[in-house]
Write a protein that binds this ligand. Sequence first.
Ligand SMILES: Nc1ncnc2c1ncn2[C@@H]1O[C@H](COP(=O)(O)OP(=O)(O)OP(=O)(O)O)[C@@H](O)[C@H]1O
Length: 294
Amino acid sequence: MSMAATAPLPEHVVTDPDHIVVRGLHKTYPGAQQRVLDDVDLVVPRGTFVSLIGPSGCGKSTLLRAVAGLEPYDGGELSIFGASPQEACGYKAVGLVPQTPALLPWLTVARNVELPGRVNRGAERRRAARYGMGGPARTEGGVSTAELLDLVGLADKADAHPGHLSGGMQQRVAIARAFGLEPDVLLMDEPFSALDEFTREAMRLHLLSLWQRMQTTVLFVTHSVREAVTLSDQVVVMSARPGRIHEVIDVDLPRPRDRDVLADAHLHEVEDRVRDSLQDAWEHGAKPADLVPA
Ligand SMILES: Nc1ncnc2c1ncn2[C@@H]1O[C@H](COP(=O)(O)OP(=O)(O)OP(=O)(O)O)[C@@H](O)[C@H]1O
């Protein structure tokens, strides 16, 4: 299997500092009969919030891991604001929020949020070496741990230990920790899937506050149409067998997405568009007879 991710990228991709660019990406897992990703094209502008939605097994997580530099691919192009995924990971331009919070139980909430920053000072030097002092701004001057915890509604829990927090609170700490590293792009793979619907709704609002403050580019995998539309600038609908981009739907709802916006009838119209697209992707997805061979 060739690993195009480590090959030099074409000049037009390398010099695009303002977009994540995926072109013609394809991948087959070893031993599989068909591609998991086939000719995937996606362009994500810096600073936007983009959700990936599609049937189970269509390759959303695989695509996310490829962007994170954790998954080799067989062909195509992938660049993160002009860098290869491996290079971007080298200076911690890419953050990943998994489904479970993975906090260190013996450290306080504040220490959990601060830890990656302490560990990754070398990454900041590598980033400075690549971009120089005039590199792309991450945030307007950085944020303190106290501010991060305030943005996720945990200002009073800084000295608590994770074992004393609910699952939703722990996931909020994990999200604050991820934003605290000030990555250029944050990849979130169903981060709220283990939470009840009421907690999920609250989490979306906390996430939006953080995102608005930090201006991070977010790629967010979800199975929830409501979640995708509530959060995103664009919803990317994927089809399965093999995974392809079926449609990219703009979410033309105003920001901030406060309770008035979320109660507006237009939200439901956009949700219906996403549902129709998912249905269309399902009905017109490749049938066994025309599967793309590995
Ligand atoms: N490491 C692996 N080795 C072999 N096959 C894999 C591997 N990881 C995933 N797959 C297969 O690739 C396909 C896509 O998996 P992936 O997890 O990317 O899909 P997904 O869209 O994120 O699914 P879900 O929505 O259920 O989380 C599935 O058929 C899965 O079984």
